[in-house]
Design a protein around this ligand. Sequence first.
Ligand SMILES: NC(=O)c1ccc[n+]([C@@H]2O[C@H](COP(=O)([O-])OP(=O)(O)OC[C@H]3O[C@@H](n4cnc5c(N)ncnc54)[C@H](O)[C@@H]3O)[C@@H](O)[C@H]2O)c1
Length: 428
Amino acid sequence: MAQREPIGVVGTGYVGLVTAAGFAELGNEVWCIDIDADKVARLRQGEIPIWEPGLEELVAKHRGRLHFSTDIADALEHARLLFVAVGTPPTYSGDPDLGAVRAVVDAMPASDHHALVMKSTVPVGTGASIKRHFVEQGKGDFRYVSCPEFLKEGSAVKDFLHPDRVVIGDDGDWAGDAVVDLYAPLDAPLVRTDIASAEMVKLAANAFLATKISFINEIANVCEETGADVLEVARGMGLDDRIGPKFLQAGIGFGGSCFPKDVLGLKQLAGNSGYHFQLLNAVIEVNELQKRRVIGKLHKHLGTLVGKRIALLGLAFKPNTDDMREASSLVLSARLQSDGATVVAYDPVAEDEARKLMSGIEFADDALGAVRGADAVVLVTEWGEFKELDFREVAGAMAGDVLIDGRNALDPEAVRAAGLTYEGIGRS
Ligand SMILES: NC(=O)c1ccc[n+]([C@@H]2O[C@H](COP(=O)([O-])OP(=O)(O)OC[C@H]3O[C@@H](n4cnc5c(N)ncnc54)[C@H](O)[C@@H]3O)[C@@H](O)[C@H]2O)c1
């Protein structure tokens, strides 16, 4: 194998650690930097702080190539390219918090042989502003590349190694060329463009996917009123290759660390620039209402929720991750508790994260433990194991008989055959 370029990755969360392990798989030495000393110590011992399929194995396989440190100087010493993968969480204004990005920018020395490669999702114009900042600080030779990340939690390792496309926004200099070379072995379609356009690709892609979800959720709601079945409708729509079948699964709304933040961020970016992005307002509002629709369904079946025991199956914002950021379960459980219900929940991997964000709910060790004595069960996250449940056993353990399938993941006939009352989203 030809000698591969050593790189630095700043931030070892979902994106940073997967990027680091992915490049290690391609043969790169990677210096991984994080300000969280505890996380770095755990990573050095081979412990993976997040739950992501295949990541632990990949990090273990490449322990010799992955170096972990809290000192950014270690990365600057060994690598020309520093990938930035720090968090950009939402603020109260809807703008993302760029504090961590700025901290990294400020830590850069004057250099004519280093470049920042921005993987964090940032507003359009961030690259231009960082370049201006470098010039003002006398670091004008520091190069800058935008390289937005499109991996999905739950299949992040596979997504890194088999991306639909790689987007690189740069000034046509050595740094852009070097990032193109880094990704070359993946043989993915390459979109090499200017920095602002690369930044916008990321925001527009997430906003479009979120729009698709809110669209099908509204179709589902109209299906409920009119007797159509949204699964049939989505199947019929999705076969049109101008539409495609993905992101047409009706449910109880999107969550996670990216869609809510990036949709809001794009709406805010447009507003800050003097443009009113009407469509995104609706996408956000539909999603908020969708998270609460289950409450109406429970009232319909149970009447008052005061004193009722409601079991939530799944808490993570989607299956195959322990990420609880902006999960629909957070809104749902808070609404249930404020209506006087007792909430008991089970998630195969997200309990530790959930405990940090949820209060006043009971946690069960397994799905049957959660449904025992419940008046109603809500499937919140479509983990595979819930599809395998023996619904006769579930029915036998419950006090009531209502099962709300918030992700249309179960077979209604199997659930009904077990004596339960099934209700999905957008299904007659
Ligand atoms: N999670 C995803 O699925 C995903 C997908 C695509 C893009 N993104 C974007 O990638 C970025 C990172 O997201 P994430 O989910 O990996 O975040 P994360 O919260 O999991 O990880 C961020 C890491 O950065 C570290 N950090 C913060 N400030 C630092 C600093 N000054 N120096 C070094 N390390 C620092 C934190 O300790 C943490 O370990 C965000 O902008 C996000 O929008 C995320």
